[in-house]
Design a protein around this ligand. Sequence first.
Ligand code: PMP
Ligand code: GLN
Length: 379
Amino acid sequence: FTSKLPDTGPSIFTTMSQLAARHQAINLSQGFPDFDGPPRLISLVSQYLQAGHNQYAPMAGVQALREQISAKVETTTGICYDPETDITITAGATQALFTVMAALIRPGDEVIVFEPAYDSYAPSIRVFGGIPKPVTLLAPDFVVDWTAVEQLITSKTRLIVINTPNNPTARVLADADYRQLVRMVGDTDCYVLSDEVYEHMVYDGRKHLSVTHYAALRERAFVVASFGKLYHTTGWKVGYCLAPPQLTTEFRRVHQFNVFSVHTPMQWALADFLRDDDMHTELGAFFQQKRDFLVEALETTRFRPLPCEGTYFLLADYTAISELPERAFSEALTKHHGVATIPVSAFYHNNVNQHLVRICFAKKAQTLAQAIERLRLVT
Ligand code: PMP
Ligand code: GLN
């Protein structure tokens, strides 16, 4: 049997979470909160379950939820996405990303990705015969070399994937980056897939700059978001995709056959919660406090934090501690010091090694404090 993804094993998130469990380590590896979502949202799900909302949702998603998403997007970006023609509810951001790839990519098509890149992008490009074309960004600044991007764009380029705020670099794209992108795609047929799952986690007074702000990009963009990130409910796997009508039509052609629709009671609950609660406006301050705690506490260790502008991840440099490559270092840290992190090399196709680990700080204060006590002993 010839595998379509011969080089792909269990993801680094699965691997490190399993290792953490095996060694009873504090798990700061896979990105998920160790606290629950809002109680009212959870009780709304129970109410809708009890009230009999247990059959198929409409293929594109519960109308009330699409309407609330439309209203929220309009409030935050000023852009109107029509619930009928431009918004589809998905089984998390992952399924939205995969469906975009399935809808667009033909064998031999090229897709530009910026590395370090979220782990699902390259396999979901390759499974449809696409060819990932990586642009390498390096620590400490992870600046995009737009000349290198321009040189990669050819008639075969089908799609450019961007992700801001970025997992794992914790950096955000600036207006100047977007302007370069606008200039570059101007005369091409390529589409943009914008992964904005961390849109509300931006710090120090920054404002998230969505691809939707740029008309020339918006008309060719699929924007992907996740309620798992927004409401601390990663296990629910509900997200959505915004795209202009023609692109949404193509998206739904595939979506109806790869999932058909997403579980119903969660969608009703999310619609009510989104209508009545503006929790997303407080998310930045909530996570900034955790980031600040971690940055300050790391000063008492030999790890050096890199700047974190957004997301709930922070990169830490361990050059002062060890010369081990990142994967071996993360494993040793888990096994011998009881703290699990993610080696950043896992986000590069060629395992670029920069002595960096990714720490997830979507954790209770007490979890972070306990982890710091352990990290202090790593010399
Ligand atoms: N994109 C990025 C950049 C992510 O970090 C994640 C998960 N943390 C996802 C997509 C997937 O989101 P979901 O859990 O909603 O599928
Ligand atoms: N997105 C999460 C992370 O970056 C992991 C999600 C997953 O395990 N698929 O840690």
